[in-house]
Design a protein. Structure first.
Lengths: 219, 219
DNA sequence: ACGAGATTGGAAAGGCAATTCCAATCTTTG
DNA sequence: CAAAGATTGGAATTGCCTTTCCAATCTCGT
């Protein structure tokens, strides 16, 4: 009977206070959905956390689906911006290790609760909300692109052989991160994440060594 | 106020018909929870699917949490038994590829809906249901053990160097599978899974080649 | 300062889900 | 066959959640 997700009118905040309210709601929802899942987060939950009334949430986001979509976009862009300095320089084995280890430290800090902000949403929503799936695919694509461009630079530079499939390597690293975080979440221990990620980076390092070996004239 | 998951009395079926009913419920719940998530699966949903009345579900499983726990154990054992013949012989690169590719074919068949039976449950329940997390950790451990024992056999045989960390390699492969399935689910395309898994297996293959190279007297 | 539109509070409608209950109806066993 | 226990049907209870609605109150341009 429901118009199947007719995107209800979502008014953009046009006043300063409105913008802050909208932001407070978004942050609260993002945090709750991350820790308890989307289904496990009710509108009243968000209300309490953000200290707003129901009307404000529906005023700015239309309905729960709209709020969820906003959270997906929020998490995608926020996580990306947070790591921008590192993400733009993933063009050496050391940089890759440093980047992945930073995530490991974060896992330690929260005792592996929640796993990956995007991965958790992806697992929960992919099969039941097509538009959410789209948004999440976009989020992952940005990550993959960041890794891939770093690897591509290494290849241009000659650190990696010209025949390396940097796209596949990027996907493998991303998968190791996601799968590793899931295993760490289940075991409440960051070790599986570290092992999974390190094995893939070791593999990339091996390829770098191989490229160097086949080019003995250098250095 | 609720005794926080006091495991309600769960009567084991003591009659033939009872056993079949219990089984029907379990299968229906497993399938629904796999495709729609635990939160997205209501008791009435299970009733319809299994053609039973509410009392039967509560009679055999106590409450929804009990049903969920039963589904976790069911999925863990079923998936393991299904693959038993392959799982017991993961002691060659070819066997590993064959095993992983079989999962890829399954993904293709269902258009990547659902991802991994256990991984999906793990992502949804790990942070909100401690006892479920335990059960899922056990399920993953069995998988890891199967991979690890295959790799250990390769090491004993000399296919892998004596210094290889087969435990880390097993975790990496399991993570690649889980992460790859997640990426495939989001992209509705089994390619990410295949790439992720193949990169890790390539890495193991490289180690095998290295072991062979350092032992030129053989063959 | 005034009016339009933005923002907010809070109540209340409507629905569905989890769970309980009790009264049948089978099954098994002595 | 009769009693005990297992199994089943289906209604009823309770509670929470999503969403809507309307009446304030606030903000801002003019």
């Amino acid at each position: 009977m429901q118009p199947h997700s007719a995107e209800t009118r979502v008014r953009a905040a046009s006043t300063e206070g409105g913008r802050r309210t909208r932001d407070r709601i978004l942050r609260a929802a993002a945090e709750l959905m991350f820790k308890q899942g989307v289904a496990g987060t009710s509108i009243p939950d968000v209300q309490r956390r953000a200290q707003v009334s129901a009307s404000q949430i529906y005023h700015y986001f239309g309905d729960k689906k709209g709020l969820t979509a906003a959270v997906i976009e929020y998490q995608s862009t926020v996580k990306l911006e947070q790591q921008r300095p590192l993400l733009d320089h993933l063009d050496s084995i050391e940089a890759l290790r440093e980047w992945c280890e930073r995530a490991a430290v974060r896992l330690d800090a929260v005792h592996c609760v929640g796993g990956c902000e995007i991965g958790s949403l992806a697992s929960e929503l992919s099969d039941i909300d097509p538009s959410a799936r789209l948004g999440l695919a976009t989020g992952f694509a940005a990550w993959q692109a960041a890794i891939e461009s770093g690897l591509a630079r290494m290849r241009e530079r000659g650190d990696l052989g010209a025949d390396e499939d940097v796209s596949a390597l990027a996907v493998a690293l991303l998968a190791a991160i996601q799968g590793g975080m899931l295993l760490s979440q289940v075991n409440q221990d960051a070790t599986p994440y570290r092992r999974a990620v390190n094995v893939v980076i070791d593999h990339i390092a091996d390829r770098v060594a191989a490229a160097r070996a086949s080019r003995p004239a250098d250095r």
